[in-house]
Design a protein around this ligand. Structure first.
Ligand code: ADP
Ligand code: ZN
Ligand code: ZN
Length: 743
């Protein structure tokens, strides 16, 4: 018997299927998904891998499998899924298998950890991009150091003994890294059970209202009959979607089955988890990137051993090792975090459909502002649609006003805050109410230009303008972390007329202090959020210390419930409208509706949206908080321009340091695909990406528009793979289906 094996390794050279002979004594126990150890090349060390197929003969097999660990196997379903993903998302099978193994460990066992209460944890001290840059520039050379740092980039905050096992290095390495300022070692509580120490009061199911009941009853039919169904619960915030999820899960548990609940990473707050703990107690496992890798490993084990029946987690929790799946729920289904931006570039919503279908159970999507594509499918009858129109607790929606910023200059206001918003902030301060100001750009000034010659300060590694950060008094690149001194004189023409334009959250905070010297403020953006000063802590401080004004980027939009917030100001609603992305308008609308929802959860709330495009339908419908009107206009436009759901967008990106190779290769692939393309495939000529250089890598792209069918997958695969292309080692090619950004 012969086994086809995928080696569990990051190495590109090992990303192939290898044939091995199955020794006679293993023939009865070996199966697809089994974990095996095999000799490899001239190396003495055995490599571990997984069986992905069994067959009778092979021309290539010369070596035998040495060891088998059936108890550490993955399932045959895992293997089938990994194969399917590798084809659909143009990546290696091993990339996909890695998602199905216990977190971060590549299959290694770290469950034998200590019983101590506190321990030393290693945290990155520099930003990820900064470290990558130091590696690129050769300032960090040691292979061991790079291994540790790369590992921490994925899993920041690792318990020292775990790290020693996981990447096979000893303490002295961490000490050196600490001395060089790359990491810090911090003593921290070891929380084996990060959420259960809390004493949460039990809560009981609520009596469902008519709309909720109708939805619950229908989905229950699918649970009762073990039948796949695809469902969308479309209901404004507070309309009782979560209550339906909870009751459906209860039903699933009664049937002896298990549940997976996906939420956007950023909404995975303690408050949100508490609601599940209050209903189901210790029966909940949480997979969250903020947990240390040891903690995540423990949660994974609990699921795997069947000790918990409910998994709540971000995108990758779709791969949690549940045995007897009874429902998949995806909350805030429109959120872009369900689509991965790195290899494998999967969409968890697509996989959820596949997995639910395979397990004969319902898939439930929920949102106040569904993805246009999801709603289109619902309206076409491909998804069962349930609409919740009332807020379950009878609170009111906020009153939303639009301010046309074009008029502000005319009436003598040079500030980034309109007079109307200024009045309302002042009133709020007087009444001791809280305010949230939303601006989706961090830093102080976002653009530095010479007025004499037009020179713009750009990153030396990326084709991106630098942002001025006032607290460090530096210019920074938001793509690669490059930092440089502030410029006062134009490097090109020596003029002193160098001006700083554009506003970020730092400048907004400064302006608030100028206008209202006594107001207390807190700022939340990537610059203020770190491992030790988390998102959660900033929001708690805002709430508990009754800070007057919270200033923040996208991060403030979700999750929290602030009873004392009665005013939300959107400083620049247009900032995301003009992006070259077919979803830019949709994202703007969703963000505006969500951020508005932060106002007046319990009291009458107000929202002010500042814009230069007061007539744009995304802004007009966001003011009315009317998703249906927005949907109707957006879908017409999508149809006219032939965008999803009417077709899929396939982006093929070429990147690398050698620009002429990129040009030649992209042209080669373009011609190859053009020759065999189907009539309904529209393929655009290769062009530089909107951001055509990042981290010293040039970036070109080809865009293809068509429905993604199996035939199309074959064509693309054919187009990007052959011996000629393999020889071009300087250029990496990735394919991204309906990508989050076209940049
Ligand atoms: P959503 O998930 O749509 O934002 P939730 O399920 O969180 O809505 O409900 C909002 C609030 O209303 C919660 O406090 C919840 O406990 C309460 N609620 C939900 N359904 C009911 C119901 N049928 N009766 C009473 N209160 C309810
Ligand atoms: Zn100049
Ligand atoms: Zn850069």
């Amino acid at each position: 018997m012969i086994a086809e094996i995928i080696v569990n390794s990051n190495s590109k050279a090992l990303n192939k299927i290898f044939d091995y002979i199955v020794p006679n004594d293993m023939e009865n126990i070996i199966k697809i998904g089994a974990r095996v150890f095999v000799p490899f090349g001239k190396c003495k060390k055995l490599e571990d891998g997984f069986v992905i197929n069994l067959k009778e003969t092979s021309e290539f097999a010369t070596k035998e499998i040495v060891k088998i660990e059936t108890e550490k196997s993955i399932t045959e379903d895992n293997i089938i899924l990994a194969k399917l993903m590798s084809r659909k998302y143009f990546c290696n099978i091993s990339d996909c298998i890695r998602l199905m193994l216990p977190p971060g460990t590549g299959g290694k066992d770290i469950s034998s950890r200590t019983k101590e209460k506190v321990g030393n944890f290693v945290f990155l001290k520099r930003d990820i991009d900064e470290i990558e840059l130091l590696i690129q520039e050769g300032k960090i050379k040691s292979e061991k150091h790079i291994r540790v740092l790369r590992f921490l980039e994925q899993n920041d905050g690792v318990y020292v003994p775990d790290l020693e096992i996981l990447i096979d290095v000893n303490k002295s390495v961490f000490k050196t890294l600490e001395k060089n300022g790359h990491v810090e070692i911090v003593e921290k509580q070891i929380e084996r059970n990060p959420f259960l120490h809390k004493n949460i009061e039990k809560d009981k199911p609520k009596v469902l209202n008519d709309e909720q009941k109708k939805c619950y009853d229908e989905i229950c039919k699918s649970i009762d009959n073990s039948r796949f169904s695809k469902n969308l619960i479309y209901g404004i915030t507070g309309s009782g979607k979560t209550e339906i999820y909870l009751q459906l899960i209860e039903k699933v548990l009664e049937k002896g089955k298990e549940a997976i609940v996906l939420v956007p990473e950023i909404s995975l707050t303690p408050q949100m988890i508490d609601r599940f703990l209050a209903r189901f107690g210790a029966n909940v496992a949480v997979l969250h990137s903020k947990l240390s890798i040891g903690e995540r490993f423990d949660e994974w084990q609990k699921i795997s051993k069947g000790e918990t029946k409910i998994v709540i987690g971000a995108r990758s929790a779709i791969f949690a090792p549940v045995k007897n799946l009874g429902i998949i729920i995806i909350d805030e289904e429109h959120d872009i975090s369900y689509k991965s931006d790195s290899t494998p570039r999967y969409n968890a919503k697509d996989l959820a459909k596949y997995i639910a279908e395979k397990n004969n159970c319902p898939l439930v999507l929920g949102s106040a502002t569904p993805d246009i594509v999801t709603m289109y499918q619902a309206k076409n009858g491909d998804i069962n649609l349930y609409t919740l129109t009332k807020r379950a607790n009878n609170s009111n929606l906020p009153k939303v006003e639009i301010v046309d910023m074009r008029n502000e200059l005319a009436i003598g206001n040079r500030s980034m805050i309109s007079f109307k918003l200024q009045d309302k902030i002042e009133k709020n301060l007087k009444n001791k109410k809280q305010t949230i100001l939303f601006l989706n750009r961090r830093g102080y000034s976002t653009f530095i230009m010479c007025r004499e010659c037009g020179y713009v300060a750009k990153c030396k590694n990326c084709n991106i303008s630098l942002t001025y950060h006032i607290s460090e008094n530096k210019l920074k690149c938001h793509y690669c972390g490059f930092e440089t001194e502030v410029i006062k004189e134009c490097p090109k023409c020596n003029s002193k007329k160098v001006k700083y334009f554009g506003t970020g959250t730092q400048k907004l905070e400064e302006e608030i202090h100028k206008l209202y010297s006594s107001a207390s403020t807190i700022r939340m953006d990537i610059d203020t959020v770190s491992k030790k000063n988390s998102h959660e802590e900033i929001l708690n401080k805002f709430k508990n210390d009754n800070i007057d004004i919270l200033i923040g980027t996208q991060m403030i939009v979700k999750g929290h419930h602030f009873p004392n917030v009665t005013l939300v100001g959107v400083i620049a609603a247009d900032s995301s409208l003009n992006l070259e992305d077919y979803r830019a308008v949709e994202k703007t609308f969703q963000t505006l509706v969500q951020v508005s929802g932060r106002s007046g959860r319990e009291k009458n709330g107000e929202v002010v949206i500042q814009t230069y495009n007061p007539d744009h339908y995304a802004i007009v419908e966001a003011q009315k908080q009317d998703y249906d009107l927005f949907y109707n206009q957006e879908i017409d436009l999508r149809k006219m321009l032939n965008y999803p759901p009417f077709c899929d967008i396939i982006l093929i990106r070429f990147s690398g340091k050698n620009i002429s190779e990129i040009q030649n290769l992209s042209d080669y692939v373009y011609r190859k695909i053009s020759k065999v393309k189907k009539d309904d495939m529209i393929i655009y000529k290769p062009v530089p990406s909107p951001i055509d250089k990042i981290k010293n890598n040039y970036r070109w792209r080809i865009i293809i528009k068509c429905k993604l069918t199996s035939k199309v997958l074959d064509i693309i695969n054919y187009g990007i793979e052959d011996e000629n292309i393999k020889k071009k080692k300087d250029t990496s090619i990735i394919v991204d289906i309906n990508p989050n950004t076209m940049n």
